[in-house]
Design a protein around this ligand. Structure first.
Ligand SMILES: [Fe+2]
Ligand SMILES: [Fe+2]
Length: 339
């Protein structure tokens, strides 16, 4: 589940669950590039390779929508064939969500083997599903509105969700959907295609065992609350929004992609955006310093160090305190000058 299983370095016990939260891969049929430029297929493959290399062992991998760019059947086939082997090797539960760029018919047919006919999605029921992951309930909600880009959970969906949430799950519930029910102050234009009827949704969520809402759609990481519940939006694996640039409206970067980890603790969740891609690695930073002021090589109450770290800490304790980097004019420097 975690990179260092069974190790407790701080005051908190290890998490009970780990979720890898991906969003907005936007695959195109034939492996075509998005806008003719963005290699969304290659970016997704690289993201999954990075997850496997990390040593993390998620209990679930959640994709919060815009799985494909145009809803093409071949794009869903490619997505399934890329993601499923990784998920199988990791032994994780795979959770898909629909996005505004997806189409219900090929989504259901390819990813769930459900024989849904028709060339449009208007007559096909919303793709809402419930997953049980070692006592944690994950509910995938279909916030897509066929033919439109804004989001909505209709009355039937909310009635269904209310029924699902009647009985609490042992580790609580996480809701996953594409359209985040939060404002978007850094990119207000996205509010044109936000989730409608948020008050009715909040009324269903409030007072239940829902512990978090995971979402996508914005192509940048952001966090807020909804009905008293934390909301975490994962950025995209395809392209990301160019925020804060003057004279750029709805611009994007083919870079700065990330995937989120969601560590579930008994009393809280921790969301972390993990950058994707390569950069120079600086290894071993700070290894010559003691781990904590007053710590006696990991002997402080409640701090259990793995063997390697304990050795490192013990060595550090008996070593002279290293001079601060770039520090001149200190006591030793003044003594040297006097000589
Ligand atoms: Fe998207
Ligand atoms: Fe979207």
């Amino acid at each position: 589940m975690t990179a260092v299983p069974g190790v407790q370095l701080g005051r908190h016990e290890p998490p009970t669950h780990l979720i890898a939260h991906f969003s907005d891969p936007h695959l195109l049929g034939g492996g075509r590039r998005q806008f003719g430029v963005v290699d969304s297929t290659g970016h997704l493959v690289a993201a999954l390779e990075q997850l496997e290399r990390s040593g993390l062992r998620p209990d679930a991998i959640v994709f919060t929508g815009d799985l494909t760019d145009l809803g093409e059947e071949d794009a869903y086939v490619r997505l399934r064939d890329i993601v499923t082997p990784v998920v199988d090797r990791l032994g994780a539960q795979l959770v898909w969500c629909m996005g505004n760029h997806d189409e219900r018919a090929p989504y259901a047919r390819v990813l769930f083997g459900e024989d849904v006919r028709g060339d449009g999605s208007a007559g096909i029921a919303p793709q809402d599903r419930v997953y049980e992951v070692n006592g944690l309930r994950i509910v995938a909600l279909d916030s897509s509105v066929p033919g439109y880009d804004h989001g909505e959970l209709d009355r039937e969906q909310l009635d269904w969700l209310r029924e699902v949430l009647v009985a609490p799950a042992p580790h609580g519930t996480i809701l996953a959907l594409h359209h985040p029910p939060i404002p978007s102050p850094l990119d207000p234009l996205m509010e044109i295609i936000e989730l409608d009827e948020q008050d009715a949704f909040a009324e269903v969520v409030r007072g239940t065992d829902v512990r978090a809402v995971l979402a996508g759609h914005l192509h940048f990481s952001t966090h807020s609350t909804f009905a008293g519940v934390p909301v975490s939006v994962a950025s995209a694996t395809c392209y990301t929004m160019a925020l804060g640039l003057p004279d750029v409206t709805l611009g994007g970067y083919d870079g700065f992609q990330s995937v989120d980890t969601v560590h579930v603790y008994p009393d809280r969740l921790v969301h972390t955006s993990v950058p994707l891609g390569a950069a120079p690695v600086l290894n071993g930073l700070g290894r010559r310093r003691r781990l904590r002021r007053g710590d006696d090589a990991g002997g402080a109450a409640g701090h259990v160090l793995p063997e390697g770290l304990a050795v490192q800490a013990r060595r550090g304790r008996h070593r002279r305190r290293p001079r601060r980097l770039g520090c001149v004019g200190g006591a030793s420097e003044r003594r040297r000058r006097r000589r």
